[in-house]
Design a protein around this ligand. Sequence first.
Ligand code: BG6
Length: 510
Amino acid sequence: MEKPQNLILVIFGASGDLTKRKLVPALYDLYKQNLLPDGFAILGVGRTQLSDDTFRTDMGKGIKTFSNEGSLDNNLVKDFLLKLHYLSINTKSPEDYALLKNKLSALDSVLNSKENFIYYLAIPPDMYEVVTANIGRQELNTQSNNEGWKRIIIEKPFGYDLESAKSLNKKLLQVFKEDQIYRIDHYLGKETVQNLIVTRFANGIFEPLWNRNYIHHVEITSAESIGVESRGSYYDNSGALRDMVQNHLLQITGLVAMEPPSSFQSNSIRNEVLKVFQSFRPIRVNDVDKYVIRGQYIASKIKGERVPGYREEKNVTPDSRTETYVAMKFYIDNWRWGGVPFYIRTGKRLPTRVTEVVIHFKPTPHYLFAKKEIGESCNQMVIRIQPDEGILLKVGMKLPGAGFNVKNVNMDFHYSDLLDIYLPTAYERLLLDCMIGDSTLYARGDIVEEAWKFVSPIQEVWKNNPNIKIFGYPAGTWGPENADDLIEEKTITWRYPCKNLSNDGTYCEL
Ligand code: BG6
């Protein structure tokens, strides 16, 4: 595994939740695997006044709770924490960035990091432009050929709609070049999302089937059992379409649907994803309620305990019409996918936490055996992203005994069968990729804009048309029943997945 060059990682928003729960634990996990360079430091930046020691103690607690490693080596944690430093500045004030410059130069001379800096913006989105501009004012963005490289990582949400995403891209590009900008979509960092590329392009047997001739429809589900928890004020202004569909689910769609790239170069892959996004058939204003179903969870009992409805959650307006569930149907108008419906759905407070892609293959042209309904296929391929990560192929086999009765059986592979294989977290993978300058698993500016181009008109229609219904669904259920009507054929339903990859059905072990 390639080790990055010496570098300093500057985290803006260092006293926030993301730093403690995700970033620092992921960096510790990289350190433990000896994947960080020798000359390495993390400089936490924020408004809160903290000493290096207090910052280290707090981050140590984060590592203990959130590190991917089961058992912690206390000495290693101690060594790692020495790499953490903290600087308190007013991030809005351009003058304060002189302090940042001085601090970086002091650390740089000790570490011999050759002015290789990564800036991580773990701050509220309305601060992205200000912080970037201030970095530019102090010329902390400049790099010369292969020396003193500078990269910036931007957290989601990247924009609020098409216009704001375009404007943010424009502002970032005034300070950094596109190849210095790393837009995070943590789903792309998931091992099993990357396995989608390998499954498709390392195996010759799937490619001939991977098109409109053999695939009936594609289903992508990302279900969560939790509600909005403490994020009411963010979520109420976002909703599931912005929070999950515009980024994570469309990125997965891109990998499922793209053409084989000519190489494994970052832009070669991302060019293919862009073409998929450019081929999305726009959903017309008058068709929004036909193609997109939105829902919101209402109070219910789960395992005997009352669970509050969305409108009762903290920092959510009591008459909120923000969707906590979206199901939609759309088409990709190109030669590979012409006429194949894609169904995607996501929601909070669904029965279980699961993300998966289901490829539904067409039925045989003529069915020889009894008991299959016309149009019903034996074959599905389930690519499970989480949990019980793996792949499952459903095939029809003869039931032993008299006659020719067919039963659908599973051929499955579970990552958990690979003993001693360590599954890195998404943040581990993405942080390391940025350190070595590989942007393949980061979203490119034009792709993000294309995704908004597809999604923003739906938001507009919902905003301007109060007659479009938002359906309540009891917490702990699979969302509004109307979502079933998106699928026209009566013999076909959504897959109702269980935690365990091999099982499905409306009622199952959750
Ligand atoms: C985030 C969303 O991007 O993804 C959250 O903002 C959501 O609302 C989360 O809960 C889901 O991520 P994961 O990795 O738990 O599936």
